[in-house]
Design a protein around this ligand. Structure first.
Ligand code: ADP
Ligand code: MG
Length: 918
């Protein structure tokens, strides 16, 4: 389609795209366009087919080595060996293909859950659809915090500003309008009546019609510049890749040394070659990176089931080491089920407001027991003002009351309705007209509307944080000469006399605010000011000042029920929790006390204003003692994150709005809200909370710790096996000298390494969590993977198992058994030694401290491995391929029991001496 949409008027764009703006595209049109334009996606990389994944498994040094081995065996007439090696290659690539395929599938599924959506008009109604289904001609709603999902011509704009840095590099947001532009060839940045895919809406709202999608969009044209499709590897994956390379080199060097010794001993070159090949297989932990990915993916699947969606695997790893969680209060720690429960008006009256939730049945009850709400009461005027500067809508579905809009606004609407005041009555019956809206934002902490009253006068109607409004207020009183003709039930003229008689109490607002805040109520003030018609278009800053405050509302927002326990859990786990809120300090403090975030006198509350006074350095110094940041703006969050990080904390930070994005990006774990979060926030976060619930973060940390533990367990088992296999051969060379007989045939080594060991080790990734996962301190940020003696432990245990296997071998030889029989015995000892060792690898301490049978996957894997290996020893096929001999029952039992010795003995010594490296 044409690229000069910006030169067309709205109406010609619409007719060109053949769409009815009030209804949207018809289902037929949508189908037709979907078929001809395809999906709305940027496709830089073709998706990998299953075959591609399968063949990738062969691109692996290990497979090359094995292939060489198979060919050499074949050429030298060892046909059985050649075929056996080939089969082992197929089984091995098959297993790793299957694992990777599954991991890919579940990653895709996870990504789908995080896929962006768009609000479009379908059959006259606004509905949310996956952005990938947009077609040209769709009518799309645009809101602050959205990331545009296609290129569009703007039809309607209200203070719409869009950050197009991703596309144009221009860092200042662009002000948009729907006016026609003349010049066809102006740059993208100047096409102010267009919105482009992937750009971010930083303010205002509007409506657009989709002009192009997918690869036809401007960003589609420069898709190569996008790095979002690049696969990002987690720090641990990168470290694992490096480790695998180091081990590859180390392993190959050991192999080279052994081959050299064999050569000096005058061994047959073919034996040396095949042994060298098998040993390399034993020494190379080729599967580590793959298995790491698999374990992390399985973990992220589990986390998604408990409502925490990790956007990339590294998030899981970082979660496990998180040391501080900075959380928004409203909606994350609390339920966001706002309800006005108390009010105070400037005539000095306190009110109780009965009812529950968003259900508008309830009453205003004067606290001094005087007569009921009267239309002359100042509170009525306040409710009118709060209704006028409010764009929430109340709806009822099957008896359930819900609010469309912010819950705080919803609470105000419900309260007004309890007094019989509704927006429709005010505009339709009384004759108010809203001429401009200045929606609430967390930085101004005020929301307003410019209204023309029935007498033709203009005024600013505002609601917002009381202390903010009071510092901008001229007087805390009702201006009796200029009162509003307010009541919906009467006409303006009848009301004038009443207003003149309004008594104004001499009020102390701070006392009122404190009173509400002590009860953990959110406080909100309502005020107004008359202005001249010529001032209507002034900046918010100019309009929202010198307001006449009419009343203060106390709004209840109860904590989420699970939050208290979750905070206790954090405390036990050595995790700090910090509350961040735009609310009044006293309210925040009361709630923080209730939920256990403030535990003692040392836990401080500080406000945004105090923060502004501080240097970054000051903040760093005191931030460990701060439990609550109150009256802060989203902009403060970035400083808070940085101060935490300067204290060497691994910080998680929650957020939902556009302004939260920098802090989410800076945090080690940016946590975006799934329900209330904007696309920009979700895009900037590492973790998306599908239920917006604080306790979900704690669950995710718990999972993160468990997954990390399990990776350590898995890697310990896998590497111990490698050390054991190499060391058996090494011991033989060292102890037997030139008359060396290899304790394991090459095929046995392959079997042990690839089959009997791989399956059980993977089952370690499914271990249930350690009993104390949330009772120990978080691990240090810079703590290496092999810290706490793990590296040493792997070597010692590996040598012990290798030594055991060699001892069995040489005992058999010295008791006049054949070399084949002795090899079979060494093979069996090695397998069972590793199976016993599994029970110790399962534990972060020793096997004496854990219940042995709690991981069913592990037990199944052990059963499989045992059966297969006994098959190798006792079936004819096994004996033919592996050159094994059936062991006598006494020998088998003796070996199985003896194989337990290294594990049980070393663990016992570890228990007694408390050294970590055993
Ligand atoms: P938080 O989300 O952390 O609770 P906000 O920035 O949303 O903080 O709110 C800060 C203060 O602004 C509230 O205590 C209240 O007084 C006021 N406020 C909040 N929402 C609205 C709204 N929709 N309209 C007017 N004032 C509001
Ligand atoms: Mg809020």
């Amino acid at each position: 389609m044409s690229t000069s949409w910006h030169t067309l008027s709205c109406s010609s764009v619409i007719s060109k795209l053949k769409v009815d703006v009030s209804k949207g595209l018809s289902p037929k049109q949508i189908d037709a366009r979907y078929n001809s334009f395809g999906k709305n996606e940027i496709t830089t990389q073709a998706k990998k087919s299953a075959w591609a994944i399968y063949f990738e498994q062969f691109k692996n040094p290990l497979v090359y080595i094995l292939l060489v081995g198979s060919i050499v065996s074949g050429l030298t007439g060892h046909l059985v060996d050649a075929i056996a090696i080939a089969v082992i290659i197929l089984i091995n690539t098959g297993i790793s293909f299957w694992q990777e395929y599954k991991a890919n599938k579940s990653m895709e599924a996870l990504q789908q859950m995080a896929a962006p959506s768009a609000e479009v008009r379908r059959e006259g109604r606004w509905v949310d659809i996956p952005a990938i289904e947009l077609v040209p001609g769709d009518i799309v709603k645009i809101k602050t915090g959205d990331i545009l999902a296609a290129d569009m011509r703007l039809l309607e704009t209200h203070n719409l500003s869009i950050d197009e840095a991703a596309l144009t590099g221009e860092s200042e947001p662009v002000q948009k309008a729907n006016t026609v532009l003349e010049d066809e060839n102006i740059s993208l940045g100047d096409r102010t009546n267009m919105g482009f895919m992937t750009t971010q809406v930083t303010g205002g709202n509007g409506v657009g019609v989709v002009t192009s999608i997918g690869m036809q969009t401007e960003v589609g044209h420069i898709a190569e510049m996008l790095d979002s499709t690049e696969e990002t590897r987690s720090p641990m994956q990168v470290r694992m890749d490096t480790l695998a390379k180091i081990l590859l080199i180390a392993g190959l060097s050991v192999v080279a040394v052994i081959c050299l010794i064999g050569y000096r001993y005058g061994m047959d070159w073919l034996d040396i070659l095949t042994t060298g090949i098998s040993l390399s297989v034993a020494a190379i932990p080729e599967g580590l990176p793959t298995v790491l990915t698999i374990v992390l993916t399985m973990g992220s699947n589990k986390m998604a089931k408990s409502n925490a969606l990790a956007k990339h695997l590294s998030a899981i790893e970082t979660l496990g080491s998180t040391t501080v969680i900075c959380s928004d209060k409203t909606g994350t720690l609390t339920q966001n089920q706002m309800q006005v429960t108390e009010a105070f008006d400037v005539s000095g009256k306190y009110w109780w407001i009965t009812g529950s939730g968003f259900d508008p049945s309830g009453r205003f009850v004067p606290q001094n027991g005087a007569q009921d709400l009267h239309e002359n009461d100042v509170i009525t005027t306040a409710l009118v003002v709060s209704t006028l500067c409010n764009d929430a809508e109340l709806s009822n579905h099957d008896g359930n009351w819900a609010v469309n809009g912010s819950p705080t606004n919803g609470a105000l609407i419900v309260a007004a309705k309890k007094a019989g005041i509704t927006l429709s009555a005010l505009t339709e019956k009384v004759g108010y007209k809203i001429v401009r809206k200045l929606p609430f934002d967390s930085t101004r902490k005020l929301g307003s509307a410019i209204v023309r009253d029935p007498l033709g006068r203009y005024f600013v109607a505002s609601a917002g944080a009381p202390d903010v409004m009071l510092t901008k207020a001229a007087k805390g009183s009702v201006d009796t000469q200029q009162s509003l003709p307010l009541l919906p039930t009467r006409h303006a003229e009848d009301r004038k006399d009443h207003d003149k008689t309004t008594k104004v109490a001499n009020v102390c607002f701070n006392g009122v605010i404190d009173n509400f805040a002590q009860q953990a109520l959110r406080t909100l003030a309502v005020g107004y000011r008359f202005i001249n018609e010529s001032d209507i278009e002034l900046e918010a800053e100019e309009l929202e000042k010198q307001l006449t405050v009419l009343s203060i509302f106390g709004i209840m927002d109860p904590p989420r029920p699970e939050v208290k326990a979750a905070i206790q859990e954090c405390h036990d786990a050595g995790l700090k929790t910090v509350m961040i809120t735009g609310d009044h300090a006293a309210t925040a403090k009361a709630i923080a006390r209730n939920i256990g975030m403030i535990r003692n006198a040392d836990d401080k509350v500080i406000t945004g204003a105090e923060l502004d006074e501080m240097t970054d350095h000051d903040l760093e110094k005191i931030c460990p003692t701060i439990a609550v940041y109150a009256r802060v703006t989203p902009e403060h969050k970035l400083r808070i994150v940085k101060a935490q990080q300067a204290n060497n904390e691994v910080a998680a930070m929650t957020g939902d709005g556009v302004n939260d994005a920098p802090a989410l990006r800076a945090a080690d774990i940016g946590v975006a809200m799934g329900i209330t979060g904007t696309s920009v926030a979700k895009d900037s976060g590492d973790l998306i909370l599908l239920d917006d619930d604080f306790s979900t973060i704690v669950k995710a940390v718990r999972q993160g710790r468990k997954i990390y533990d399990n990776l350590r367990k898995f890697i310990r088992q896998a590497l111990t096996a490698n050390v054991a296999e190499v060391s058996v051969i090494l011991f033989a060379f060292l102890c037997m000298g030139p008359e060396v007989v290899l304790p394991l045939t090459p095929l046995m080594i392959l079997w042990v390494n690839l089959i009997s060991d791989g399956i059980p080790a993977l089952a370690l990734g499914m271990e249930p969590e350690e009993r104390n996962v949330m009772q120990r301190k978080p691990r240090k940020r810079d703590q290496g993977f092999f810290s706490d003696g793990l590296g040493m432990q792997i070597i010692i245990r590996g040598l012990a198992l290798g030594g055991l296997s060699y001892c069995v071998f040489s005992w058999m030889l010295s008791h006049n058994q054949t070399a084949e029989y002795a090899q079979t015995a060494a093979f069996t000892a090695l397998i069972f030694g590793q199976l016993w060792h599994l029970f110790d690898s399962r534990s972060m301490t020793t096997l004496y401290r854990i219940a042995p049978f709690t991981n069913p996957y592990l037990l199944a894997a052990i059963a499989i491995s045992t059966t297969l290996s006994l098959g190798v020893v006792y079936t004819e096929l096994g004996q033919l391929v592996f050159n094994t001999q059936a062991l006598s029952t006494e020998h088998l039992i003796g070996i199985i029991i003896g194989a337990a010795l290294p594990t049980f003995a070393l663990s016992a010594i570890k228990e007694l001496t408390r050294v970590k490296f055993l």
